[in-house]
Design a binder for this molecule. Structure first.
Ligand code: TRP
Length: 338
């Protein structure tokens, strides 16, 4: 029997290269090796967007279309929406009994986000219980493995503690919930950091929608070209005659993701030797990006032309998910003694 993996993403906007290389390629590989459950975390989106939830439903459907166009196969994996699985909310309720508030208060992402995201009111109970809800997502499906990036590891560790406390409080024995483990996937070349690929944005910081430095996978060729021309390069290389260091050049790091090795080696060599300029390199990156995403964009446009397709995928996903969630919640009720 295949091991079960589960992961989710919040539908808060368009997908960018960070998602594509950091997460989606990994999800594609895992759908063949595991029993994979992938969900759109619309309740998690609501924890921060509760004042303006108007876009969540649209972004949910767009995420489904992006995933399928990228190659996730709804026949191989389950693609579902969190809010279609009410058992998740009931399990959160039981978790809210066994979880000390101090555990949630010390989550690093909680403090960080409250400080950084100034334009949203995150002083609500929903945002506070974010990691417990995430634990319910995982535990309700008895998922053993969770492919996540490094930034999510504290959440997962907390999740393991919550599950352990639930199991011990209710003397679950061999009927207990599974303590999920992180899954750091090995890429083709044997690297183990595929789930954590840090894709730099056009300003050199981690690519993120909220930094305004993202190239979206749905950007038109002209938008991609414009953003590529803005891409930051080695800041120490001010003139053509200065030798550059490709290892710290954000442009070079992104180019590596889409271009052939020998071509990358050429750009690497001429940058260090100060025999090529950054402007032609930017142009080359732009064309490689446009080519890389052309097939995806064609498939995505075809799916867009099929009204109701995203809903069908989500319904089929819920059908696969609900029986498992129902069995788990019945087990939990009986463990709690209700
Ligand atoms: N917190 C994740 C994010 O930032 C989304 C998420 C919600 C999740 N529940 C999950 C990820 C369960 C893995 C497993 O996008």
């Amino acid at each position: 029997m295949k091991e079960r993996v589960l992961t989710g993403y919040r539908p808060t906007g368009k997908l960018h290269l960070g998602h594509w290389f950091g997460n989606l390629q990994n999800m594609l590989a895992l759908q063949d090796q595991y029993e994979a459950f992938y969900f759109v975390a619309d309740w998690h989106a609501l924890t921060s967007e509760w004042q303006n939830p108007a876009d969540i439903a649209r972004y949910t459907e767009e995420m489904v279309l992006d995933w399928v166009a990228a190659g996730l196969d709804p026949d191989k994996c389950a693609i579902y929406r969190q809010s279609d699985i009410p058992q998740v909310a009931e399990l959160l309720l039981y978790f809210s009994m066994v979880t000390p508030m101090s555990w949630l208060e010390r989550t690093p992402s909680y403090k960080e986000q409250q400080q950084q995201i100034g334009d949203k009111d995150l002083s609500n109970l929903g945002f506070f219980t974010y990691p417990a809800l995430q634990t319910a997502d995982i535990a309700i499906m008895d998922a053993a493995r969770v492919p996540v990036g490094e930034d999510q590891l504290p959440h997962l560790e907390l999740g393991r503690e919550i599950v352990r406390r639930f199991n011990s409080t209710y003397k679950a024995g061999n009927r207990g919930l599974i303590e999920p483990k992180a899954l750091l996937a090995a890429a083709d070349d044997g690297r183990t950091d595929a789930a954590d690929a840090r894709v730099p944005g056009t300003d050199g910081r981690k690519m993120s929608k909220s930094y305004g430095n993202a190239i979206f996978i749905s950007d038109t060729p002209d938008e991609i070209r414009k953003k590529a021309m803005d891409f930051m390069t080695d800041p120490a290389r001010k003139q053509l005659t200065d030798a550059g260091n490709p290892d710290i050049c954000p442009l070079h790091q992104v180019h590596k993701l889409v271009a052939a090795d020998d071509k990358i080696a050429d750009w690497d060599a001429c940058c260090r030797a100060a025999t090529c300029g950054c402007v032609p390199h930017k142009k080359d990156l732009a064309e490689d990006l446009v080519t890389h995403f052309a097939d995806f964009q064609t498939r995505r446009a075809a799916l867009d032309a099929r009204p109701g397709f995203a809903k069908e995928v989500l319904e089929a996903g819920a059908e696969k998910t609900l029986p498992i969630a129902q069995a788990t919640i019945e087990r939990c009720r009986s463990l709690v003694g209700l």
